[in-house]
Unconditional design. Structure first.
Length: 403
């Protein structure tokens, strides 16, 4: 088959790898003019079964080598003493196999592993899809056309393929009641290997290291109405309103907002489609079942979902009419679980009251004094994103271990 994939981030290249290994021709189109690596983007978590998929691709050494190295995490509260804890203690229960990595670094590893065997076209998007008995005709933004056996949208939360096939996003994007802003600033706090989090009612501001020396990433989570993700000027105004009155380093961070060329702000919403395949077109990763940015699990779902899609196609002898429903069934429990985890993680990350901030600080103080098994239990977030994937059946690969 010749398969067209839209999106070269996480789900797209993982799927491209496995389809290629199973003997198919693969073309990937990506909207950005080049691979979005920058200085890494946001940190994402590759958990349990997703680590296993990367391992089966022979890429575990590269993944491990690029993992982020956070030494400590500090909770900062207005008018109260800071609480610092070793990052390893706070993350002890997340998963037995857990690699935190910058999304851009992960995308680069996956791209490098596939680029020789897969056709990547950057700066291009799909403008039209028309299915017929022999395949799907695609028209591209660069004016070219092509016919493919299958088309997969791996183009994220605001997927263009999904809009073309399932209609406007408003119908199935479920807003979780908060927003998320990310931008980079000079490291005037001397961050080194630390993560600093300033928590107040309805707002949380965190500072993370980046791969670029002298730069740090600001992540701001806030509760409020759904922001417009398409209007950068309105987004910057909104962020200033959200942060009005906040202390600590926040006013200084905002001085760098206008100059930040990587500014991102979006509502925290999740995709709830009852079914994410139609005819010869299906979706993978955030496009089909994004649980919401920053609430955990999205990247691992993208890796595992892409693998499962390729293996269901192989198991069905490349009959998409059998494979796509099987793919959706195989992912159904994990996707359903991810939809419940998002709101509860968000409720933890953005405090609703001073009491909740106080409780967070007490829990962080207590944690290092507890025995290891209790530390793991308390930091597993009720099983959370890692547990949701444990039930997914990762069939053994059917093809030899090379592309
Ligand atoms: C700020 C932030 C923090 C996050 N934190 C975490 C975390 O801590 N843990 C975690 O697991 N996950 C986290 N996530 C979510 C994680 O980044 C996603 O779940 C994951 O990247 C999904 O991968 P994907 O390949 O499905 O989609 P994406 O990574 O969104 O990639 C989609 C790709 O498609 C391209 N594209 C988009 N539209 C088009 C189009 N029309 N045509 C062609 N190409 C297109 C994009 O440029 C992009 O390259 C976070 C996300 C954000 C934004």
């Amino acid at each position: 088959m010749h398969v067209l994939i839209c999106g070269a981030s996480v789900a797209g290249p993982v799927l491209a790898y496995w389809l290629r290994r199973n003997g198919h021709r693969v073309t990937v189109v990506e909207r950005t003019p080049e691979l979005r690596v920058g200085d890494g983007g946001q940190a994402v978590d590759i958990l349990g079964p997703a680590v296993e998929v990367i391992d089966r691709m022979g890429l575990l050494p590269q993944l491990e080598a690029a993992r982020t190295s956070t030494d400590t995490m500090t909770l900062i509260r207005p008018g109260r003493p800071d609480v610092t804890i070793e990052a390893a203690q706070l993350l002890a229960g997340v998963s037995d196999r857990h690699v935190e990595i910058m999304r851009g670094d992960l995308a680069k590893i996956l791209y490098e592993a596939t680029r020789e065997h897969v056709t990547y076209t950057f700066g291009t998007t799909i403008e039209g899809l028309r299915e017929h008995d022999g395949g799907v005709d695609a028209t591209f933004s660069d004016g070219t056309r092509g016919t493919y056996d299958l088309v997969v949208g791996a183009d994220g939360l605001h997927s263009g393929v999904r809009r073309l096939v399932f209609g406007p996003e408003e119908a199935y994007s479920h807003f979780l009641g908060g927003g998320l802003a990310v931008f980079s600033v000079p490291d005037f706090v001397g961050l080194a290997g630390r993560v600093l989090g300033y928590h107040t009612v309805d707002r949380a501001v965190a500072l993370y290291p980046t791969r670029t020396p002298g730069r740090v990433r600001v992540v701001i989570l806030f509760r409020g109405p759904r922001p417009d993700h398409r209007d950068p000027a309105a987004q910057r105004r909104l962020l200033r309103e959200v942060c009005a009155g906040l202390g600590w380093q926040v006013p200084r961070l905002l001085e760098h907002l206008d100059a930040a060329d990587d500014f991102y702000l979006d509502g925290i919403s999740q995709i709830r489609l009852p079914s994410w395949s139609r005819g010869r077109v299906t979706l993978a990763g955030d496009a089909g079942y994004g649980p919401g940015p920053a609430v955990g699990g999205g990247s691992s779902l993208a890796v595992v979902g892409a693998y499962v899609l390729a293996s269901e196609l192989a198991a069905a002898g490349d009959d998409h009419a059998v494979a796509f429903p099987a793919y959706e069934r195989a992912m159904a429990d994990a996707v359903a679980a991810s939809r419940t985890i998002g709101p509860s993680v968000l409720a933890t990350l953005i405090p609703r009251s001073e009491l909740q901030v106080w409780t967070m600080a007490q829990a962080m103080r207590l944690l290092p004094r507890l025995p290891g098994f209790l530390q793991r239990k308390l930091t597993s977030f009720g099983g959370g994103p890692a547990a949701m994937l444990n039930g997914v059946d990762l069939r053994p690969p059917v093809a030899p271990a090379t592309l």
